[in-house]
Design a protein around this ligand. Structure first.
Ligand SMILES: Nc1ncnc2c1ncn2[C@@H]1O[C@H](COP(=O)(O)OP(=O)(O)O)[C@@H](O)[C@H]1O
Ligand SMILES: [Mg+2]
Length: 249
């Protein structure tokens, strides 16, 4: 599979109806298969920006260009939004079901993805029987089973404990290695942003705008040992300082 699309945003602005300007003149580019993190205060328009990038809502002005023929976006949210009456396998297969794919085929694909995200032992469990981390794995499998080339992650791991979050970060990079989707990852954790992404966008409020872009040249592959390295810790400290500097100026 080729790398996910390059995406460029040119002077993107967004206003809902006659409300205030939510996003003002956002310009940035993601290269093919790049992972970009977005950090910024609540209400600065991060979720709105993801929806614009996925072309779910129109921009008020400015343009978005995707390379290649089609974008196939998939979202992952903090709330896994699982159907309570459906088991793990059936939950992963929901998008395929909506597309009218036959039951045997969709459950087959779902079980492959359950395997990839480490859920093989709980295929028949219902959401109430799953931990938060397992629910998030279902959500990831459900998104990836749609073969996205663009992944939009909206604070997906914000409600999880640190160990589970770290594991999912590592798994996400491993999955990215295999499928190379382009990704935008909204997070409040600078540590997570440094671990996952090639670049970190710091956004400002009222209206939402790009305040700074941090290039993160921490080498790949990154795994659990990366967090123990001085280099990683230095980058987290630098990015944190930059965030404070930008948001207090
Ligand atoms: N569908 C909508 N209609 C009107 N206002 C909206 C809509 N979606 C978001 N907004 C407004 O846009 C602003 C940014 O929201 P959002 O993108 O959710 O911010 P963030 O994700 O950074 O917390 C907020 O003031 C919010 O009320
Ligand atoms: Mg949001």
């Amino acid at each position: 599979m080729p790398d996910g699309p390059a995406i460029s945003l040119e002077g993107l602005s967004k206003r809902f109806a006659d409300g205030p300007l939510v996003l003002d003149d956002i310009s940035l580019t993601a290269s093919n298969g790049e992972i970009i993190s977005i950090v910024g205060p609540s209400g600065c328009g991060k979720s709105t920006l993801l929806r614009l990038i996925a072309k779910l809502i129109p921009a008020t002005s400015g343009e978005i260009h995707h390379s290649g023929n089609n974008i196939n976006p998939a979202f992952i949210f903090q709330d896994a939004t699982l159907l309570p009456w459906a088991n793990v396998l059936e939950n992963i297969a929901v998008p395929a079901r909506l597309k009218g794919i036959s039951k045997s085929k969709r459950l087959d694909t779902a079980s492959k993805w359950a395997n990839v995200v480490g859920l093989n032992d709980v295929l028949n469990y219902y959401p109430r029987q799953l931990s938060g981390g397992m629910k998030m794995r279902v959500s990831i499998a459900r998104a990836l089973s749609q073969s996205p080339n663009l992944l939009l992650l909206d604070e997906p791991f914000g409600a999880l404990d640190a160990i589970t979050r770290n594991r999912l970060n590592e798994d996400l990079l491993r999955l990215h290695d295999e499928s190379r989707w382009t990704a935008f990852f909204v997070t409040h954790s600078v540590t997570e942003a440094v671990f996952l992404s090639n670049r970190i966008i710091i956004m400002n409020n009222n209206p939402g705008s790009v305040a700074a872009i941090i290039e993160n040249t921490l080498p790949f592959p990154r795994d659990c040992r990366t967090r123990e390295s001085i280099e990683f810790q230095q980058r987290v400290a630098e990015a944190t300082a930059r965030l404070h500097q930008v948001l207090s100026s």
